[in-house]
Design a binder for this molecule. Structure first.
Ligand code: ADP
Ligand code: MG
Ligand code: ZN
Length: 475
């Protein structure tokens, strides 16, 4: 009976070498306030100069989401006071942003998809950081003036699920383009969620609440759910007008509730005006040509994997969602192994072990070439599937290579038919009654013989060879 309406604002910190308007470095794990200069400290008289790299990355994003890239865009001043912003204003793009009118397609698990419109992406400068430490608060301005691209969607999402799909897709695109680290925990990919509800069938937009600073997919999902619940309850209790107002709220992970942070300002409160210290930002034909040639995007990579390797759509989605995962997978294939085995060994065997050990694909103790070689050793029948799991376990803990580990653990399969035949003969001799029954038609007993031979070989015999030799000897 109610419909959920969600619009998202995503701040991506662009991974440029230097800041937006000065040549200070953008890395923040340096000593506090060491990456600063008169411009990003907003000392009187210091003038901003636009970093062109920011335009390059904006062109890439605009191209990736099929948007209009404005060849001329302008900067505006948004006035507000906060200790982490010494200028008492933020330089942003309100009236003519660099990117407008894009779309991003989200894919549902059942194979259907939906287009979400992107209203705009604009360039703006980040603020510094306030560090609260007991009674004292300090300000670190290393981050002040770092370039952000704020990507603003239309209110097109209708559930927490759709919002998460949108954020994951956008995150993946940004990583593929390599325009941002997009690290949510470190704050280089920050999502503000705007949520409202309305009676189903109603076209008008109701009051939106903005939830800020949620730093994981899981908490975003949860925050939306509890906020929607709060609004629905207010409506049903007849207190919607009183309780729901346009404001910024924070999500409390422990209490699982949203709490008012501050009333929402209207644009007029910020006294926006054209930034007088900067020229317009111009994208030349040459610049556009160069940076609109973007690398393969997740959707294209996915389609290619399906057609090139005959992969299942689901597997291809899992592999391509994350650029590191896709690279790892493609590097495994260089060992000449089947895509199907590569998927299993990457997403089930390796991923499972990484999760357990608190690792991820970027710091995996076993690299792609090694995992690929391990799969190759199964495919060329050097070891069994079961033995390969043991090898992988060992390699996760020890810095050794595949073949050395196989030797060390004595897991090499015996495919040499002479050796297997000898064992088969012994087993047949030891079980004359079973041989009789088998020959009398009880073919199920083959499993028993295979088991005995495998056991006698301590698991090292190649089961396929054992099967063939047994059949031959018993007939
Ligand atoms: P502000 O900077 O004031 O937050 P923006 O226009 O930059 O405003 O962002 C507004 C965001 O809120 C957009 O993502 C938009 O889609 C979304 N939005 C606007 N109205 C609603 C609504 N009624 N319900 C949910 N989201 C909304
Ligand atoms: Mg906002
Ligand atoms: Zn500076």
């Amino acid at each position: 009976m109610f419909e959920v309406v969600i619009g998202l604002e995503v701040h991506t910190q662009l991974n440029t070498k230097t800041k937006l308007f000065c040549d200070c470095a953008t890395s923040f794990n340096h000593k506090q306030n060491s990456n600063t200069c008169p411009t990003c400290l907003a000392l009187p008289g210091a003038l901003p100069v636009l970093n062109k790299e920011v335009l390059h990355k904006s062109i890439m994003l605009g191209t990736a989401v099929d948007a209009t890239v404005n060849r001329t865009s302008f900067f505006d001043r948004k006035s507000y006071f906060y200790p982490d912003s010494p200028s008492a204003y933020q330089i942003t793009q309100l009236y003519t942003p660099v990117v407008e009118h894009g779309t991003l397609v989200i894919d549902f698990e059942d194979g259907t998809d939906k287009s979400i419109r992107i209203n705009r992406a604009h360039i703006e400068a980040d603020a510094g950081k306030n560090i609260h430490d007991g009674e004292t608060s300090r300000v670190d301005l290393n981050r002040a003036g770092t370039p952000l691209l704020e990507i603003v969607s239309e209110p097109d999402m209708r559930s927490a699920e759709e919002a998460i799909l949108y954020i994951k897709k956008l995150h993946s695109i940004v990583r593929y383009l390599d325009i941002s680290d997009a690290n949510m925990q470190e704050g280089s990919f920050r999502v503000d969620v705007n949520v409202s509800i309305r009676p189903k069938g109603d076209e008008k937009l109701y009051t939106r609440v903005e939830i800020k600073n949620i730093n994981s997919f899981r908490f975003i999902q949860k925050a939306i759910e509890v906020e929607v619940q709060r609004q629905i309850e207010a409506w049903e209790d007849g207190v919607y007008e009183q309780e729901i107002s346009q404001e910024t709220r924070l999500y409390d992970q422990v209490k699982q509730e949203t709490r008012s942070m501050r009333g929402k300002e209207e644009a007029a409160d910020y006294r926006y005006f054209p930034e007088p210290d900067l020229l317009k930002a111009i994208i030349t034909d040459e610049m556009f040509e160069k940076y609109s040639k973007i690398p393969e995007l997740p959707d294209e990579k996915r389609a290619r994997m399906i057609s090139e390797y005959g992969m299942r759509a689901y597997d291809a989605s899992v592999i391509t969602a994350d650029l590191e995962m896709a690279h790892f997978f493609e590097a495994m294939l260089e060992e000449g192994i089947s895509a199907k085995n590569a998927v299993t060994w990457l997403t089930v065997e390796l991923q499972g072990r990484l999760n357990k050990g608190g690792h991820n694909i970027t710091n995996s103790p076993v690299d792609a070439a090694s995992l690929g070689l391990l799969v190759k050793r199964i495919e060329d029948k050097t070891i069994s599937n079961k033995a390969a799991k043991e090898v992988l376990d060992h390699m996760m803990e020890n810095d050794t290579d595949v073949d050395t580990t196989i030797d060390k653990l004595g897991l090499k399969q015996v495919s040499d038919s002479g050796a297997i035949e000898k064992i088969v003969d012994v087993i047949i001799e030891a079980n004359p009654d079973k041989v009789e029954q088998y020959k009398g038609g009880k073919e199920k007993l083959l499993g028993f013989f295979v088991g005995q031979v495998m056991k006698a070989s301590k698991g090292s015999a190649n089961p396929q060879a054992v099967n063939e030799i047994l059949k031959q000897k018993l007939s």
